[in-house]
Write a protein that binds this ligand. Structure first.
Ligand SMILES: [Zn+2]
Ligand SMILES: [Zn+2]
Length: 683
């Protein structure tokens, strides 16, 4: 399947919800796998645009915002920025990592749906829906949980059952409950707009059958789902947060998130073309060319959405378009099984798992990237095991790290850091050169077939063969008799070191850059090509640099201790209790002048203060009597919180709160250190 011509690719990874920081399972399930594939294609010289983003309109973030009592847009934006930066630190080479709450996407989605409606695929229906009386809210998909009607799973969500993967609607759930207040919702009537999937069914079936590239398990899952009959699916929902539905009479509705988030694959390329590279024509160039290959890296729970829902939308949209206007249908999906953590499910609340921010504090990035791909859950669920992590990094170090270090230090010491001449080839040399010349194609073919795990393992095997060749030739003995014979061996081994730098580049780019630097290669990684792997990559006489060991051993017990230390620190900093800027802005804090101070009868600690706020006078009750004499306070400018609910203390209505610093039994009232008028705002 290796192609010689430049191919155009749109590479995508599934859109993570913005309600939380991703964990290692999300990383391997879509993001990292897609990155490795995109990096490989670029090295091969293909044209690639690699996009994804945060799914900001999902109900999970709306639920989280309600539970945390923050504005949902603010929570979404904040989490998006954190995730985006973490992906950068993980060296995920997105051309555009955006968020679905962006103007390009919102406009694109609205226009897209109006086209689909014009093409006759939208139905309007009055339906019954679950409504929570306590929260005054219709309960779309994830706002409701209950028992799965198919498998009896207790915690099935309103959109899908996590246990049997079946798509659900909230009304199908047995014993439904509101996720915000846990009460049983009631049924109410509401109007909604639906996509007419039955009308698309035959064409979707043909699409799946004709596509010979999608993996067998995904094909079967889709065909089963089509055979059961595709239901009409709601496009709109009664949720405030989201893209406003563009249909007439749907003013208070938003667009169902799964239907718009998948369109982000299209709009993210549009945003990239319009706003990032400023070449708007590149959008059509990628998305409206039949030869473009679009690939979706996803978890197994996402197959139906990417091979039925998304292409269904594209087919409905393309209906009235000319060949040149049509959006290209999916070329392939690469889906993974789930990653577990020590044979348990990742769970933030139970502290089970490792999150991608923590990982970076524990070990170098490449150790994680290597380990995750080395055990990528391709055929069955796999577990992140600490013991395996240590072993995998040991393999990386013993096989690849040591091979490279042996070669480079020997060249350094015995050959003045210069690539020696080659003389004559014996059978061992010939065998090794054959291996060297074919390794690029071998690994490339595995990557072309989305077998990332085997590809990486094949690179490790190549490293093993390098060590075997080196040990068989034993140039450290040869050098005693004839330096040239030893030099010949080191020349070939140095070519293998270069090959490893290129082969590893998609997987562990930092390491690759390090190796290329030791080899003193002037070009940047993105100027080098997959095809540059050969037995003459390094010329005789080329000077290399002084190398350092590339990898270190991992002490797992230390890492585990470090992880619990990180978690404790986070708790101390109260990461969960961050006050948002908007929340802080709600506080009205002002400078006030103390005019009068009186003792409160029968309360030794309390003073009644009369203060002037410039525009009004107020009474405060404050526990200052043991710390200040009355005349120490009179005439002082103090700082008070003015928009606190008034509270009665000892029969006196206190209309604000005085701010003071407190440490043990020391109390010090806050005062501005310059003279400001009463009523001046503190911010
Ligand atoms: Zn189920
Ligand atoms: Zn409720």
């Amino acid at each position: 399947m290796t192609t010689t011509n430049k191919t155009k690719w749109v590479i995508t990874s599934a859109w993570p919800y913005v309600n939380a920081i991703p964990h290692l399972g999300t990383m391997i399930g879509s993001v990292l796998s897609a990155d490795i594939f995109a990096r490989y294609l670029r090295l091969k010289g293909d044209e690639v645009v690699f996009v994804s983003g945060s799914d900001s309109h999902g109900t999970p973030v709306a639920v989280a915002a309600k539970q945390q009592n923050v504005a949902v847009e603010e929570l979404a934006t904040r989490n998006h920025e954190i995730t985006k930066n973490l992906f950068k630190e993980w060296k995920i080479s997105y051309d555009n990592y955006t968020i679905t709450h962006n103007p390009t996407h919102i406009r694109f989605v609205q226009e897209f749906y109006l086209d689909v409606q014009k093409n006759g695929y939208i139905l309007e229906k009055e339906i019954e829906s679950l409504y929570c009386e306590k929260d005054n809210l219709f309960l779309p998909d994830r706002f409701v949980e209950g028992i799965c009607p198919h498998c009896g799973f207790e915690d099935a969500r309103g959109d899908q059952c996590d246990n049997c993967q079946k798509l659900l609607t909230p009304l199908e759930l047995k014993k439904p409950r509101c996720v915000i207040c846990d009460n049983t919702p009631e049924i109410r009537k509401t109007k909604h707009w639906y996509l007419d999937f039955p009308k698309l069914q035959d064409r979707l079936k043909k699409l799946i059958e004709d596509n010979k590239i999608i993996p067998q398990n995904a094909r079967q899952m889709c065909l089963n789902s089509i055979a059961e009959g595709l239901p009409e699916r709601a496009i709109t929902r009664d949720l405030e947060w989201g893209i406003p539905a563009p249909f007439k009479g749907a003013d208070d509705k938003t667009i169902y998130v799964w239907f718009e988030a998948v369109l982000g694959y299209v709009s993210a390329v549009k945003e990239w073309a319009d706003k990032i590279i400023n070449q708007p024509e590149k959008f059509d160039y990628f998305w409206k060319d039949d030869n473009t290959k679009t690939v979706y890296f996803i978890g197994k729970d996402n197959i139906i959405f990417h091979l039925i829902v998304f292409p269904g939308l594209l087919i409905a949209y393309n209906d009235d378009k000319t060949e040149k206007e049509k959006l290209v249908l999916p070329y392939n999906v690469s889906s993974t099984e789930f990653l577990m953590y020590e044979n348990d499910k990742f769970s933030k609340s139970r502290g089970v798992g490792i999150w991608i921010d923590e990982a970076l504090e524990l070990a170098p990035l490449d150790y994680w990237r290597f380990n995750l791909i080395y055990n990528r859950p391709e055929k069955s669920d796999t577990s992140f095991l600490w013991s395996e992590f240590a072993n995998n990094i040991k393999t990386l170090n013993d096989v690849i790290g040591n091979f490279i270090h042996r070669i480079l230090t020997f060249l350094n010491k015995q050959f003045k850091s210069t690539i020696p001449n080659r003389i004559r080839f014996d059978d061992l040399d010939k065998e090794f050169v054959t291996r060297l010349k074919s390794i690029g194609n071998l690994v490339g073919e595995l990557l072309d077939n989305f077998e990332l795990r085997r590809a990486l393992r094949e690179i490790v095997n190549f490293g093993r063969d390098g060590n075997v060749y080196l040990n068989n030739k034993a140039p450290w003995h040869l050098i005693k008799k004839d330096k040239n014979v030893a030099g010949h061996v080191f020349n070939l081994c140095a070519q293998a070191v270069y090959a490893l730098a290129i082969l590893l580049a998609p997987f562990i780019p930092d390491t690759s850059v390090k190796i290329l630097d030791y080899l003193n290669i002037p070009e940047k990684l993105n100027q080098l090509s997959w095809n540059s792997i050969n037995e003459n990559a390094l010329k005789q006489g080329h000077k290399i640099k002084v190398p350092m060991p590339i990898f270190q051993k991992l002490e797992i017990s230390e890492l585990k201790e470090e992880l619990s230390r990180i978690r404790k620190n986070k708790e101390k900093q109260g990461v969960k209790n961050l006050v948002s800027y908007e929340e802080f802005k709600k506080l009205d804090i002002r400078v006030a002048l103390v005019e009068k101070v009186e003792k409160v009868p029968k309360a030794d600690k309390l003073y009644k203060l009369s203060v002037d706020l410039g525009t009004e006078k107020r009474t405060l009750v404050a526990g200052l009597a043991e710390h200040y004499k009355a005349d120490e306070l009179i005439g002082k400018k103090i700082v008070i919180l003015t928009n606190l609910e008034p509270r009665k203390l000892r029969g006196i209505l206190s209309q604000g709160m005085l701010l003071a610093a407190v440490e043990g039994d020391k109390v010090s009232i806050l005062t501005p250190d310059k003279d400001l008028p009463s009523g001046a705002k503190v911010e």
